[in-house]
Write a protein that binds this ligand. Sequence first.
Ligand SMILES: [Zn+2]
Length: 192
Amino acid sequence: MSKFTSDYMITMKDIVKEGSPILRQVTEEVELPLSKEDKDTLICMMQFLKNSQDPVISKKYGLRAGVGLSANQIGLNKRMFVVYFTDEKGVLHEYTMINPKIISTSTSMTYLPQSEGCLSVDREIVGFVPRYERVKVKAIDIEGKEFTIRFKKFPAIVFQHEMDHLNGIMFYDRINQDNPFKLPENVDINSL
Ligand SMILES: [Zn+2]
């Protein structure tokens, strides 16, 4: 049994840090129909993101603010993650994604001018992380229903960051090793 029951509170001690092998492996498909255990884990993961953005709770428990969390970041070898954030237009994005697949991407790309951050990385990393500007995605939600969704700009970046986790990729793998501020050539790429 996983300890991540729906009333368990994830704190920073549960977050797997870089260097751990589970962050470097391609995670396994979640078995469907979704088990109660997996569902509870996802509820628990989503609650962590909400807590981490709550000024009072995050301070009390020393939580770093996060907008996404993948199952392998809490040590589980499963293709599922949660995202929770408000975008630049003030729209709330709250998604649970099980066995997500990218259906299509834009040719244009984007990046965060201040690089990306990760709950599993405690050091500061500089450099641009090129991401597709838009992605179309298919996944299973927490009720076990398949859905298709399009993300663009910041939400697309968050999605691709989490999707990378499921494939054992860290955001800094995508930063140019010779010059961290060098962008891919012959690509329409603009800062977010
Ligand atoms: Zn991350």
